[in-house]
Write a protein that binds this ligand. Sequence first.
Ligand SMILES: Nc1ncnc2c1ncn2[C@@H]1O[C@H](COP(=O)(O)OP(=O)(O)OP(=O)(O)O)[C@@H](O)[C@H]1O
Ligand SMILES: [Mg+2]
Length: 227
Amino acid sequence: MSNLLELEDIRKSFPSPAGGRIDILNGISLSLLPGEVVAIIGKSGSGKSTLLSIAALLSFPESGKVYYSGRDTSSLKEKEVAALRSRIGFVFQSSQLLADFSALENTAMPLMIQGKSKEEAFSEARKFLSMVGLEKREMHRSAELSGGEKQRVAIARALAGNPVVVFADEPTGSLDEKNAASTEEILLSAVNETGHPMLLVTHNMAFAEKADRVLELREGRLNALGC
Ligand SMILES: Nc1ncnc2c1ncn2[C@@H]1O[C@H](COP(=O)(O)OP(=O)(O)OP(=O)(O)O)[C@@H](O)[C@H]1O
Ligand SMILES: [Mg+2]
């Protein structure tokens, strides 16, 4: 089975306000298989969001390679990268929905970016809103949704674009415990149902343990938990 996503010796540092640079990622390698859910844990500031943003092609490493389905993304043309980005689902800690748009319009957005007609995109988006239990909220604008509902729309939006990979960066970090637990269940069951692989960052060990593998980011390196 070929790896859908492969990171090879990723390195990243940032300038330090005191001068010099701080190494954040010191040679990260990781493979994600089709349908696999991998959780990454690590202390605040260890570089989890930096790693996810590089893997999702939202930022670039200083060195190292990101491969999607065996293709080195650094050799892709801008147009090819844009097409690949439209097939990457991202759920952030705060939902980042478009405020003036309805739950349905937000969910349909990736489909319309992919060139589907409005009708087709809406019909497809409705399936995903119903998967996250929000079929009765489709006309609500973002401001008219609760925190948990917003995250559920963000999950529906991430899955609607038929993503190659789903990235979730502390997707329930902004929710209270009860809401977080139910949103975690919804995310995991939706990802299982659609069969998309997911790279998940969480502080919540109980959530991480539901993944196929748990990796810890420490001192710029990624290791199996406990190593
Ligand atoms: N654009 C930037 N410029 C300078 N330093 C940065 C930048 N982005 C991140 N950093 C630094 O890189 C380190 C890792 O940040 P990152 O956001 O990846 O951590 P994290 O593991 O996601 O933390 P948290 O659990 O708090 O979300 C931090 O020390 C941060 O200050
Ligand atoms: Mg982070």
